[in-house]
Design a protein around this ligand. Structure first.
Ligand code: MD5
Ligand code: FE
Length: 203
């Protein structure tokens, strides 16, 4: 079912739950080609979330900052291709939320282990901020923080569970958001982890 969060943001609860196993297999297949690793931020901190990418462009960080690149700087190789099912799913979810021609060129995959978190931030490294971001949650549940347009604004807490899809567009594209430290647990398909797949139009 569909649950509006704010203008431009809608949770499609459980949309892909029944294909969770297939989607997790595709995630592991991407990771077999380009392993998850913990990035070092430009400030020198090791991120608690491990990441990989697939698609034409991938999100990277280095001393110059954050950017989308055609190659993984760690290996010098192109990212694995985006599985066709990923692309279809992203396009269909965006359409369901009112974004008719979303064509993602980047897919960032985040892996959370117990205690891993994402502090409040905005996603603004993409060229066209009128394009939404589609996010798919798999595995262990996490508490998502949904804020305002300034870092200090009050935040709302939303539980994101296995199979939930969220489309972040319109004015909600630039809201501050984060993930609270993951609570340890065992998911029948994903084990000790939460995975989040985000589809983006980067260039
Ligand atoms: C996650 N990932 O659950 C989230 C899902 C990231 C990230 O935040 O940057 O990898 S995407 C949540 C999102 C994206 C764009 C806008 C908003 C939320 N928002 O306005 O709240 O791993
Ligand atoms: Fe984000």
């Amino acid at each position: 079912w569909s649950e509006p969060l704010a203008e431009g943001a809608v949770i499609l609860r459980r949309l892909v739950r029944d294909e969770g196993a297939e989607l997790l297999a595709l995630v592991l297949d991407v990771a077999a080609q380009n392993p998850f690793h913990h990035r070092i931020t430009p400030g020198g901190h090791r991120m608690s979330v491990a990441m990989t990418n697939c698609g034409d462009l991938g999100w990277s960080t280095d001393a110059r900052g954050y950017q989308y690149t055609e190659q993984d700087q760690a290996t010098g190789r192109h990212w694995p291709p985006m599985p066709p099912r990923f692309r279809q799913l992203a396009t269909a979810a965006a359409a369901q939320a009112g974004f008719a021609d979303f064509q993602p060129d980047a897919c960032l995959i985040n892996r959370y282990e117990p205690g891993a978190k994402l502090t409040l931030h905005q996603d603004k490294d993409e060229k066209d901020l009128r394009q939404p971001i589609v996010s798919v949650s798999l595995g262990l549940p996490a508490v998502f923080q949904f804020g305002g347009f300034e870092r200090g604004d009050a935040t709302q807490r939303v539980l994101l569970e296995h199979g939930d899809v969220v489309v972040w567009g319109g004015p909600s594209r630039l809201r501050f958001h984060g993930i609270l430290p993951l609570k340890a647990g065992v998911h029948p398909l994903a084990g000790a982890y939460r995975y989040n797949i985000t589809f983006r139009r980067a260039h």
